[in-house]
Design a protein around this ligand. Structure first.
Ligand SMILES: NC(=O)C1=CN([C@@H]2O[C@H](COP(=O)(O)OP(=O)(O)OC[C@H]3O[C@@H](n4cnc5c(N)ncnc54)[C@H](OP(=O)(O)O)[C@@H]3O)[C@@H](O)[C@H]2O)C=CC1
Ligand SMILES: C=C(O[C@H]1[C@H](O)[C@@H](CO)O[C@H](OP(=O)(O)OP(=O)(O)OC[C@H]2O[C@@H](n3ccc(=O)[nH]c3=O)[C@H](O)[C@@H]2O)[C@@H]1NC(C)=O)C(=O)O
Length: 552
């Protein structure tokens, strides 16, 4: 409480008369202030406990610096008084200096008395004259046994109680706050709650821009956003899955029950042992260090658009990347947090007249995921525009890898083999000016809308296309094998695009796994395609182990 009370001194304008600086003098001389300045305490449940003394003081006592504090009449009716309360009434008539006398500190200007209030603002003399006519008012103050009744102490108690009342309101507003024991922890909780709300606004504004006539055909993007927003909301409002929280330093791990299905575009996956959202690099480093210290394996995910999670969950810590800053460092040059939505970046760059990420407008992952996978479509790929990538390693150090070190290939990057990498934290892009970027983006998005099942729960293409130079795509092979519509449980090969396996009816991870295996097997028997040539793009995350891609 002490920590906050200093910070909250600025809330004091309602108690300026208690100050001992020069401004106090002016306020004390202002008869209007005596009641009005304190009036808003009257409804505040001034005392936390039933008070024991009732002190009634004429408001002019202020002027004579009595050891009682003038308070509004209404205060005398606060709360139910304790039966054991001792009542004491001090009633003094208005005596001593007249208000007119004491207020003559004002400056005469043009025959009128001009006064200044504590903020140095002018106040007309006639206001004072009105106040002078006010009848003497008796005010009552109550104090508990043993509590000081001097005006400083009473007013200080009033100030603290007022702050407490506001804090209690905050506690009611912010879920989980009641749990917090210390003021610092509570304020931290409030800060992170407000930040979460800000992030929600971010998501919603992204949704709004998607609803723009140009973008609203990107249904898949909306779907993913909806899922993420839903998960976020669930966290904010503290649903049953988010009650168990492990804290360390600034970290807040949600333990045991966060459902991976809520974090994946497939909507499949059981609970993970630990879950944390990270918002900046240092936060991420702390989370990684904490996990390493406790030998907990980690998995950094973005939008979960490329992962097949196990129904049994994940025996480790899922770190959801929400490092989502964007810096414009020059014309067409962007440095972007790895948790930034890739589709949003693509849309922004095109809108700003730069070419290179038009394809990204329809890609549901994050910037980090796009660098990791070298995401691509429509003849473009992330590698074309990436200048460098900042990562943190498992020992918590920061490294910047330049373009020449990134070893990009078709859906490949050096990161997929980098054992000491903890996560990508930021990516620098360089794009070229273009007047037709938006037009191209519109064409690509329109094409995807027609050829891909964007409304369904999927992870995009499941199989890699055969080696470059091959005249046939994975989708074509699957279609020609007659596998469109093939089902295992709730998992199905899309009727629209054969390389999309969709969760159409509560698919389990097992259903999806079996469907993937079945497709591979049929391609092998019917087309004679060696299974190693139809590798998977999606990452299979089993309960205990992360594979580079399912089945590999
Ligand atoms: N063209 C299309 O239509 C589609 C493309 N995609 C692409 O799939 C990718 C998925 O992105 P996203 O949904 O964000 O990723 P996911 O959340 O699905 O994560 C998938 C894997 O990517 C790696 N990864 C993600 N973010 C980071 C990071 N910041 N640092 C290091 N590794 C990271 C992790 O691998 P690890 O565990 O090894 O660290 C993670 O397991 C994107 O490239 C997306 O463009 C997805 C669907 C459709
Ligand atoms: C969806 C993804 O990316 C997509 C990306 O959106 C598109 C658009 O450029 O190009 C790739 O798909 P793709 O190779 O299947 O491209 P498409 O243009 O859809 O299809 C290629 C060929 O297959 C044929 N085709 C496609 C679907 C189908 O059901 N049947 C079929 O015969 C098409 O007629 C076309 O001749 C990426 N997939 C891979 C594995 O590289 C992803 O990475 O998850």
């Amino acid at each position: 409480m002490d920590a906050i009370s200093d910070d909250l001194q600025s809330f004091e304008p309602s108690l300026p008369l208690l100050k001992t600086d020069s401004s106090t003098g002016l306020m004390l001389e202002n008869p209007t202030f005596n009641l009005h300045g304190l009036m808003d305490f009257s409804n505040d449940g001034f005392f936390p406990q039933p008070p024991e003394f009732l002190v009634s003081i004429a408001d002019d006592n202020l002027l004579g610096f009595s050891n009682s504090v003038p308070l509004p009449q209404s205060m005398s009716s606060v709360g139910d008084w304790n039966q054991e309360s001792k009542m004491m009434e001090l009633s003094k008539s208005y005596s001593g200096q007249s208000p007119t006398q004491v207020s003559e500190v004002g400056l005469k200007e043009g025959g009128k008395i001009i006064r200044k209030n504590s903020f140095g603002k002018r106040r007309r003399g006639r206001c004072r004259e009105k106040q002078v006519e006010k009848p003497t008012e008796v005010v009552h103050v109550r104090a508990r046994r043993g509590q000081a009744t001097d005006r400083h102490s009473i007013a200080e108690r009033a100030r603290r109680e007022k702050i407490n009342k506001r804090l209690r309101k905050l506690q009611d507003l912010v879920p989980g706050c009641y749990k917090m024991m210390g003021m610092t922890a509570m304020l931290d909780e409030i800060i992170s709650y407000v930040q979460s709300l800000q992030n929600q606004i971010d998501f919603l504004s992204m949704k709004l821009s998607a609803a723009d006539s140009f973008y609203n055909f990107s249904l898949e993007m909306e779907k993913i956003e909806r899922q993420t927003t839903h998960a976020l909301k669930a966290q904010i409002w503290g649903g049953p899955h988010f009650r168990e929280i492990e804290e360390e330093e600034e970290l807040r791990f949600i333990r045991g029950k966060k459902l991976l299905g809520d974090l994946s575009s497939w909507g499949i996956g059981g609970p993970c042992n630990y879950y944390i959202e990270v918002f900046d690099e240092s936060h991420l480093i702390s989370a990684v260090r904490h996990c390493c210290r406790h030998s907990v394996q980690i998995l950094v995910i973005g939008k979960g658009s490329n992962c097949l999670f196990d129904d049994r969950g994940f025996n480790g810590c899922i770190i959801l990347n929400r490092i989502d800053f964007i810096e414009r460092v020059g014309p067409g040059a962007y440095r972007v947090g790895s948790g930034y939505p890739f589709n949003r970046l693509g849309m922004q760059c095109s809108k700003e007249g730069f070419s290179g990420l038009e394809f990204a407008g329809g890609i549901p992952g994050t910037v980090g995921g796009a660098a990791f996978m070298n995401a691509g479509a429509n003849g473009q790929e992330s590698a074309d525009t990436i200048e460098n990538v900042s990562i943190i390693t498992m020992d918590g150090s920061h490294r910047v890898l330049n373009r020449s070190e990134l070893a990009f290939g078709y859906r490949r990057s050096c990161f997929q083999q980098m054992e000491d990498m903890a996560a990508i934290v930021a990516v620098a892009f360089k794009l070229t000016p273009s007047v037709s970027a938006m037009e191209w983006q519109r064409t690509y998005l329109e094409r995807s809308r027609k050829s891909q099942p964007l409304q369904d729960h999927s992870a995009g293409s499941v199989f890699r296309n055969p080696a470059l130079g091959s005249m046939v795509s994975a989708a074509e092979l699957i279609e020609k094998t007659g596998l469109k519509g093939l089902r295992v449980g709730g998992a199905k090969v899309s009727d629209l695009h054969a390389n999309f396996l969709i969760n159409c009816d509560g698919s389990t991870s097992r259903d999806m796994h079996q469907l993937i295996d079945l497709v591979k097997e049929k391609l092998l028997t019917k087309k004679g395609i060696a299974s190693k040539r139809i590798n998977l793009l999606v990452k299979w995350v089993s309960a205990d182990k992360v594979f580079l891609s399912a089945g590999e």
